[in-house]
Design a protein around this ligand. Sequence first.
Ligand SMILES: [Zn+2]
Length: 299
Amino acid sequence: MAEGIATASGIPDFRGPEGLYNTLKTQLAQDPGLLTATPAQIKKIMETPIYVFDCDLYRENPVIYNEVRLALILGTFERKWKPTIAHYFPVLLHMKGKLLQVVSMNIDGLLDRVGLPPDKILDVHGNITRVACESCGAEMDFADFVNEVKEKTRNIYDPADGPDKSTPIKCRRCGNATVKPRTVLFGSNLPKEFDPVTKQVMPKADLLFVAGTSLQVYPANTLPGMTSKNAKRVVVNAVDVGEELGFDYDFLEGKCEEVFLELIIELGWLSDLEEVSRGNLTESSVELIRERKLAEPNA
Ligand SMILES: [Zn+2]
């Protein structure tokens, strides 16, 4: 599962037309002083926006990460976003004893809030709510980190809030300015569980859903190819992706929450969905269920 499952939660994606990279580029063009960065660093980010999450840039200047990530860090802490129907689909599979593994490329921690056992979730690109020092590995409580980030990071999203100047967050153990959420930067290693878990579960799967991803990011995009020859693969996305990756699949076109709702209704699991997600579902998903039930009262 990837960022497309969370756009309905209101979390901006990275690569879409209004995704983080495009927004950042537009804003930097208008205001090169937006980030605490050297002209050379700004130039590189403008040329290649994903450079903003590159491990070399982080080593040079760790405050840029906190500035760009501030909205997601604070929003996650304040529980600004709620899970969608797509986040609950694996919960229903788990309830029916059919879930092998969720492999998530999202860092927003929303899958931690739907009631899945932690070992069923593999966060390929890390998780914004788990904080540690990149130098010595010392962990920091998310709430403590949020307090420090608020105190030490200029709010580029709301300049009236927070300090005028950004300063780095220092590790309480080693003193290095390398404390950050354990999200995977470009050029750095994936979590150590990635290889053992994917090698173990992928060949065992007889059904694989690939949801809300552009399948552009290596190595997560190699996972569909690791399933057995007889496995069924279903791509759920707004646009067809994956043709060039060379595996057979069925394509279900649409927004993730809509497609998964149809599947859930088809499977006769709608009442289960309503029960497990009560009070914890994002507004658009609640609305979809309401509309769907009005259209088809017996669904
Ligand atoms: Zn440290």
